[in-house]
Design a protein around this ligand. Sequence first.
Ligand SMILES: Nc1ncnc2c1ncn2[C@@H]1O[C@H](COP(=O)(O)OP(=O)(O)OP(=O)(O)O)[C@@H](O)[C@H]1O
Ligand SMILES: [Mg+2]
Length: 267
Amino acid sequence: MTVTESPAPPTAPAIMSAQDVFKVFGGLTAVGGVSLDIPERSIVSVIGPNGAGKTTLFNMLTGLYKPTSGRIVLADRDVTRSRPDKITKFGVARTFQNIRLFGAMSAVENVMIGRHSRMDTGLLGTIVRPPRVRREERATEARARELLDYVGLSKAVADRYAVELSYGDQRRVEIARALASDPKLLLLDEPTAGMNPQESEALKGFMQQLRNDLGLTILLIEHDMRVVMGVSERITVMDHGLKIAEGEPAEVRANPLVIEAYLGKQG
Ligand SMILES: Nc1ncnc2c1ncn2[C@@H]1O[C@H](COP(=O)(O)OP(=O)(O)OP(=O)(O)O)[C@@H](O)[C@H]1O
Ligand SMILES: [Mg+2]
């Protein structure tokens, strides 16, 4: 085995865990009893065919959906019923499979929104704008520009409307916005969708940099197997709402259940 990065030791405590979580929509069991531990400072991926329940699992981890049953624990705190803004404050940030930027706002304004969970200013402050608020706003804008630079976007991009940017650049703005809330755990839902191979490769390196430089933990949903196999320490495979396999990339790739889920039954 060659170790070039600094993967989490196998004994690292879980920063977040899902414990036997279910999500039922009417008669459809989207997630049917999945457990998952995300060790601190690890890069863990969730893969599986379309409709497997990956995004639904993310939505439960981030408080958008309440599990039908099961528990979600964030660093020893039960967050099963916590609201999304609370979970953000506790240090979990995400990007969305379908990009959710405000198209009529600039890239830098979109990133500033991500900082909101950490700002002192309430609604009244943003209307009256006393000097303290203006100072805080200036600092937030400076930080947002730094983050855009950090995710590899040029200065020229920062002031353009989000809607004018390429897909790949919009994905980076979303990551910068997620980073603006100072997360410990970052959940990325298909971040390379719509990216060209060079952009996907760069994103792979960037995820490793986030973990190695900032000590972030990353949970990734991703269809591009080169990215998944290259970046993950552990992979969880879902199919029809169930976890069908889990392990290191090489184990998962060789697992007949996984091959079958992806290729369908032969004959
Ligand atoms: N809000 C909802 N209401 C009803 N059904 C839903 C809802 N969200 C998801 N589902 C259903 O739950 C199942 C799992 O969907 P989910 O989006 O979690 O899959 P996924 O693994 O993320 O798929 P993909 O790779 O296509 O993004 C699907 O059958 C989907 O139609
Ligand atoms: Mg999805």
